[in-house]
Design a binder for this molecule. Structure first.
Ligand code: MRU
Length: 315
């Protein structure tokens, strides 16, 4: 099923906070409900947020709610504001706004297929034999509408018989890798192992992966890329180990209005997610914490950025 879709008069989405324990579908009928779902990461991942933003405008056109809170619900993934703006440009015509939102949904599905092919073609040039891929966070169908970006490349490699193994970083604090990426890899039937985040760079140094594939939440005009926290450490480790580091993202994630990575706003999600793991307190009561949800990988550490249209080598 699709991660997010329009269902006649409401948005339907997989509640990603329930996975991997339960596959539950949420029916969202108000913008306020959508904002709440985005903030608690029931729907997440840059491409899915773009579709959520656009469909949210279609909802707003029906309920009369403001779209300001929707546009600002999460600040780092540029796709959310982009999707809102794309559909809002058709207001006050509610049907035209919905039509634009559905176009964005369909374009995302096609873009993910194209990125999968282009990315797999590139990765196949890195090794003669089936490849071992390392990835972080969740960039699969759950992060888009149907198929995903970096994990879409993994899926294409798997379908071609060219995937030896995927190593998924667990992705603290919210464990998108442990909860969601392993769930998707298992459903694909792809061989995979879960890795603690801190083991990633060392495993690269020991030659356990042929390529690192990640998604992106915002790519600055110069190629600096914001993605899930931990990506920068992986890029440093990949550079030191001589392993290609490839970003896979749709063109809509490239933000021409942001010149470089230091201008990208990084979402701070508060201490609660760090001092707990899935609701269980793991630090002494009262422990203070820092929780940047994303980091920025400078373009000189990026081998290539694969989009639906091109392979961009920003360095
Ligand atoms: O906080 P999240 O789970 O929304 O973060 C998601 C990521 O960092 C992904 O890597 C990125 O959005 C690309 S998803 C194809």
């Amino acid at each position: 099923m699709r991660t997010i879709d329009w269902a006649g008069d409401a948005i339907e989405m997989i509640d990603q906070t329930s996975l991997p324990d339960r596959l539950e579908v949420l029916r969202i009928t108000t913008v306020a409900g959508l904002v709440e779902a985005i903030r608690r990461l029931a729907v997440r991942g840059a491409p899915a947020l773009g579709v959520a933003g656009a469909l949210g405008v279609a909802l707003a056109a029906r309920t009369g709610e403001s779209i300001d809170a929707l546009r600002a619900a999460r600040p780092t993934a540029v796709n959310l504001a982009w999707g809102v703006d794309q559909a809002a440009a058709r207001l006050p015509d509610a049907e035209a706004a919905l039509k634009r939102a559905l176009e964005i949904r369909d374009a995302d599905i096609a873009a993910c297929v194209a990125m999968g092919v282009r990315g797999a073609d590139l990765v196949e040039t890195f090794a003669e034999r089936p490849v071992r891929v390392m990835t972080i966070c969740n960039t699969g169908g759950l992060a888009a509408v149907e198929r995903g970006t970096a994990l879409g490349v993994v899926q294409t490699l798997h379908e071609r018989g060219r995937l030896a193994e995927a190593l998924a970083l667990e992705t603290r604090p919210l464990l998108q890798g442990a909860r969601l990426t392993t769930w998707e890899l298992a459903r694909m039937g792809a061989r995979h192992r879960l890795v603690a985040d801190s083991a990633g760079p060392f495993l690269l140094a020991r030659g356990h992966a042929d390529v690192v594939l990640t998604g992106a939440d915002r790519i600055a005009a110069n190629g600096d890329t914001a993605n899930k926290i931990g990506t920068y450490a992986l890029a440093l480790g990949a550079r030191r180990a001589g392993v290609p580091f490839v970003v896979v993202a749709p063109e809509s994630t490239i933000d021409a209005g942001t010149s470089s990575g230091d201008k990208i706003e990084i979402e701070d999600r508060g201490a609660g997610e760090v001092v707990t793991i899935r609701g269980v307190q793991v630090a002494p009561e009262g422990t203070r914490a820092l929780n940047p949800a994303f980091d920025v990988t400078p373009r000189d550490l990026i081998t290539a950025i694969v989009t639906e249209d091109r392979v961009w080598r920003p360095r």
